[in-house]
Write a protein that binds this ligand. Structure first.
Ligand SMILES: [Zn+2]
Length: 119
């Protein structure tokens, strides 16, 4: 599955009242919902939405998240300048991460743990 466009069409960006990180359970800093489309095996376009959360723990080592983590990690209240920065940082972050796919080796190891009842 590949995206049919490189443009990030944001639908919603939230920085409050967010569910915990689905990867580690920690509080996330931001959640972005955006249009997502791909071609299925028959070559037909499939459109929908995708939501990605920014986690200060899971994304700490990700260079694509560094700008957002720096901004959101140091401010308590977002003023107009922060919102302007977010308007640039969020699409850049999503543009860098949204085409990532799971590492097949990590996925296989996780599946093995799940099948063994250890996950
Ligand atoms: Zn996390």
């Amino acid at each position: 599955m590949t995206s049919t466009t490189d443009h990030v069409h944001l639908v919603d960006v939230r920085t409050a009242a967010l569910p915990p990180c689905q990867r580690c359970g920690a509080a996330v800093l931001l959640s972005a919902r955006y249009r997502h489309s791909w071609e299925n095996r028959a070559g037909a376009a499939v459109t929908g939405f995708k939501e990605t959360a920014l986690c200060p723990t899971c994304d700490a080592e990700d260079p694509a998240a560094a700008g957002l983590l720096a901004l959101l990690g140091q401010v308590r209240h977002l003023d107009a300048a922060h919102l302007t920065a977010l308007g640039e940082l969020v699409p850049a972050w999503l543009g860098a991460i949204r085409h990532r796919t799971p590492d097949p080796a990590e996925l296989a190891a996780e599946e093995a743990l799940w099948r063994a009842g250890e996950l």
